[in-house]
Design a protein around this ligand. Sequence first.
Ligand code: HEM
Length: 478
Amino acid sequence: MALFRSLVFRAVPQSHSAAALSRGTLRLPSARCLSSAKEIPGPKALPIAGVLFSVLSDKDFDKNNIHLYFKKLFKIYGPIVKLKFPGKPTMVILSDPEDMKWIHHYTKDNPVRLGLEALHKARYLDEYFEKKGGITVEDGEEWWRVRKRVGPPVMKLANIRQYVPGMDGVAVDTLDRRLGSLDPNFTQDAEQMKCYTAALELLRCIFECEENLMWKIYPTKTFKTLQKSLKTLTEVCDRTLWEFKEEMKERNKRDPNHSPSLMEQLLLDSELSHKDIVTFMIDLLPGGTETTTSASLVLFYLLAKYPEIQAKAQEEVDRVLGRDLTPITPEQLNQLSYIRATLKESLRLLPPAIGTVRVLQNDIRIRGYTLQKGWCCLMTSAISGLDESQFAQSQDFVPDRWLQHRPLGQMHPYASLPFSHGKRMCIGIRISEQILSILIARTLQQFNLAWRGGDLRRKHTQVFEPVGPFPLTFTERN
Ligand code: HEM
């Protein structure tokens, strides 16, 4: 997502001891840190052009591999680097987990993020939304009004576990090469197909508008397509929600004591309007699609590339699920701890997002530097996650490090935060963990994976996405 594309920062007061760093305990900055304000290091900035020329003339700058450029900056300037681009708020990029902890701490009550501006504008222009943009694009009170109501039910494990049978069905069908919305029996006019196409178009246009800002001056073709696909999705989601409400009434008559599903819980919340829920349903698309696709490809790649880890994961799957395709139960899913460790490790090594952005709402001091209100901090989890001082064998795929007894030692709690942290962290964390665990478990149950290429290449657009050939083979297990 573009909102994740912005840079990630880290800041650690120098007075912190190594023990405190490894414990990850939060302490107030020392008086020494607060006593003097220094200039934050970074590439040379000119009065109007800022760092533009320094950055563009650097042979190592490649916007598709921005993380490599940041890595270079951290090497030259240290763990906190200032970048001022013309017409943009000053950006500070951070690579030390202890500094990231501070940024999260300072911004915890009002976590403001740069949003998807084109989606924001399209919603504000559409009367349906009544100038309420939804959680992916709003900040401040309007963001919190919705997030505080939708967050708890959507992030509650028991609620997400209700969807194990559905997600498992999709995984089994997909592996059996029958894709629900791509069913050849659907015509272009079928509701599922319209919705599917509109969702793809919406995502494409949101991301294109982040790259090319002409839509800010006049409604470009891409912006108009964005508006059109948003309209289609809004109509479909609105209608679906009304139908769901009717079904809910029937179900309540039949069985007044049934425990409410996730959607029923949202509908029962009198503080959430019908339109809030429709907006939220659509918000799950830009948040969840590219990230989960990127994460699943990386996980397949790593399991294929490390056959001994794949064998260990397969052992767990065979022990818990056996070899038949009877539906996975929530209890079985809870037992797949090694699969969960492979997921965590793949998100450390090759996360979908470069990091998390926070726009400061107050001046703050970190490492003796003043970071000013309005500046934008990018906490580069994709870089700190690979830091050898934070993770032993940092470049290798070692899922065991995440097992409960931490065989490779303790890890700083802010060093690998692929879903971010705090009130604004990814709302889809439980959903994506569940989808990915089921997908991997079902795949390993039926297939052996092999990788016939070199290291996976990725480029960073909105999220990191694999580029080039993807020579992954699936061989049916005996
Ligand atoms: C591996 C998969 C995923 C990763 C790595 C990921 C990562 C992230 C990150 C880093 C953020 C920014 C949080 C912040 O600013 O503090 C975020 C926000 C968000 N994610 Fe995810 N995400 C994933 C999957 C999903 C899924 C499956 C959904 C929906 C079903 C989803 C929905 C959202 C939404 C709606 C937000 C905005 C939350 C807000 O601003 O309140 N994500 N995600």
